[in-house]
Write a protein that binds this ligand. Sequence first.
Ligand SMILES: Nc1ncnc2c1ncn2[C@@H]1O[C@H](COP(=O)(O)OP(=O)(O)O)[C@@H](O)[C@H]1O
Ligand SMILES: [Mg+2]
Length: 365
Amino acid sequence: MLRLQKIALLQFKNYTNYEVHFDRQVVGICGANGVGKTSLLDAIYYLCFTKSYFSRTDQQAVQSGSQGFRIEGRMELNQHIAELTCIIRENGKKEFLVDGSLYERMSAHIGKFPVVMIAPDDAVLITGESKERRSFIDQVLAQIDPAYLQSLIRYNRLLQERNALLKEAALAASFDASLLDVLDEQLSVQGQFIYEARKEFLSSFLIEVENQYAAIAADEHSSQSEWVKIDYQSHLATQSMKQALQESRSADFSAQRTTRGIHRDELYFTLLQQPFRQVASQGQRKSLLFALKLAQVNVIKEMMGFSPLLMLDDVFEKLDEKRIMNLLTKVCADSKSQIFITDTSAERLEKQLAKLGVSFQLVSL
Ligand SMILES: Nc1ncnc2c1ncn2[C@@H]1O[C@H](COP(=O)(O)OP(=O)(O)O)[C@@H](O)[C@H]1O
Ligand SMILES: [Mg+2]
């Protein structure tokens, strides 16, 4: 079982100095707009992912007018206590410590204390560009497979290098062709590995998402015909990464970027054989979003043997009560996740959480 028992913040966003203890499975966080509900969730997210869910850079999370921040958290994992510290130093350098020992690489921490976030803007996962869905897959896999994350980091670095070289080739009279061969070789290894990992993982994960969606739709008395189907699409389905790079080389020179590879993968959702994005109602989109997140909770539980923290930010505002309560009931009953949920209305939050029949605490900010 994974529980966050305590968090202390110094110069983090709107928190100059703040500490709060959590002693329940369900934690409701309430307060008016701007009091720091989302920021508190983000601090928890930092402890799990070593970075922000909402801000692009660490500096954006440093309290304005200050230099550096500090987040301390106490996690309980299967009766073992871990003290986590995330520090941005005055010079902007980031340090992450577990029980006083420093990580050499931040990525080594990811997956140790898994978390799943549901935020109102997550609708882009369904309606946005394909990169949203890739980054979702990456986020899920990164927390359960350290080798995947390392490979992805290498791939992205190599891809940047290759794209820079293609740009250079377009501008300069000559360029280093042997370097391109080397990059292609290395990119092929990482790309192929990532493809195989995604394919293997998604073969069962997508069925889980489809089933979760069907269960949610059934709760809503929808007919079977509304079941969603999801396909994993990749250039690598029909050729190796190596072949893809070879074949696209001349196209890549004119585009000045790498046009094929796993950085173009897509998850394609359909409903009644039509593109989900075009035919799904608002409600169906929300159901699919929850199905993806629930499947993520379940796969982490299955792979790790314990459930991730689950955070829901302002979901009562933009999503609907019935769906959220169905989701929370499932998570409380099946996965025993610790849940953090924010709302502007203390009354609404208390009323809903009381329905769950598990012990909860309310934190008023
Ligand atoms: N780096 C920062 N320094 C100081 N204040 C910040 C920083 N980032 C965000 N804030 C402020 O923190 C407050 C709380 O924001 P937020 O956590 O989003 O509130 P809530 O979710 O409760 O509406 C906001 O007023 C926001 O402007
Ligand atoms: Mg907020």
